[in-house]
Design a protein around this ligand. Structure first.
Ligand code: SF4
Length: 259
């Protein structure tokens, strides 16, 4: 597969399917992936993490300098961002100074890009850290991953590096009091001889049941867009995604499809 990695700490702005003109923030190493999950569909390839140390992550001072100079350069141009988006080569909340970096970003946004939202794409694996949870409450959009309705399916798709307890994650999501977005990727196929399908009626019903419990402000439903590290995965059609989104809307929750 061709691996899609960012080679800068601040990248773009790029036109994002979900966030408009998005200035990306990559707090992970450049050219390398670092994540707490190992999703079978990850555009960055398989997680290895082996030789990556936290000292290889950008410092708060370097980050502030880079974001400030980029925002100043974009000010008044046609590329002024709609979103300052934490994404990049892995899980952004892994960065040990994530909370301080969020606060710096909010301050720089006020000064140089007041119309931009601050969004974080996260797999939710660091919610046990109170400072991460509180930082995610301070941004405009926290987009948290939920790729299934059962622990077995989530483990098969996301392959968390540490033991994953769905009931714990559900309780963590409830603490947002609805101030978050769920992002869910639907696929089917197989990996290592095991069939994986989060689009079955049973799986979707279990997933809807979780949505009812955690009550996100919005659900983003999407499909594979680029090459995946696992071969044999099938892109779900837009029609199927629309049908899943319609079920979310019937619960009174906003849903958007990105096919
Ligand atoms: S959580 Fe995101 S970065 Fe990490 S493996 Fe999954 S898709 Fe890739």
């Amino acid at each position: 597969m061709s691996v899609f990695l960012f080679d800068e700490m601040i990248f773009g702005p790029v036109k994002s399917r979900r966030l408009g003109v998005s200035l990306g923030i990559n707090l992970l190493p450049t050219h390398r992936k670092m994540c707490s999950f190992n999703c079978i569909y990850c555009e960055c390839g398989w997680t290895t993490n082996k030789s990556i140390q936290s000292r290889q992550l950008p410092s708060l001072a370097d980050f502030e300098l880079a974001l400030e100079s980029k925002l100043i350069a974009l000010q008044g141009t046609e590329h002024e961002p709609d979103s300052l988006t934490f994404a990049g080569n892995g899980e952004p909340c892994i960065h040990p100074q994530f909370a301080q970096i969020v606060d710096s970003t909010l301050a720089l946004r006020e000064k140089f890009a007041p119309k931009a939202n601050v969004s974080v794409l996260t797999n939710g694996s660091m919610l046990h850290k109170e400072e991460v949870f509180e930082a995610l409450l301070r941004v405009d959009n926290s987009l948290l991953k939920l790729d299934g309705g059962t622990a077995a399916t989530i483990s098969a798709i996301n392959m968390p590096l540490k033991a994953f307890k769905l009931e714990v994650y559900v309780e963590q999501l409830k603490r947002f009091n609805g101030n978050f977005v769920i992002q869910s990727l639907f696929l089917r196929g197989q990996h290592k001889g095991v069939a994986i399908d989060n689009t079955t009626q049973e799986e979707v019903n279990a997933w809807l049941n979780i949505l009812l419990q955690v009550k996100p402000k919005k659900v983003m439903v999407y499909a594979i867009e680029r090459d995946t590290p696992a071969s044999g995965l099938v892109k779900v059609s837009e029609t199927e995604l629309e049908s899943i989104a319609a079920k979310v809307r019937r619960l009174g929750i906003e849903a958007e499809v990105f096919a």
